[in-house]
Design a protein. Sequence first.
Length: 95
Amino acid sequence: MQAEFAEHGATIVGVSADPVDRQKQFDDKNDLGFPLLSDEDQSVAAQFGVKRFGPMPNKRATFVIGKDKRLIGAIASETNMNKHADDALALLADH
């Protein structure tokens, strides 16, 4: 999948509220191949409108941001992770 995004000049970065050590364990287990950034205080999640109140985890969302730093599109799906990658690639192809 990394190669498909690279064809469009895109870089994948993951952000989660998990602490760095937990992200490392997740990456070691799943071999993601892209950096994961820790947003433990959920300030980034709040800025992107995906923070939930209380102990609930953040909403799952993908944001496609262009080289001009403008939002190209957003994908939200709590259950279909393939949708995130497929829709992001389609947005990049159309942009």
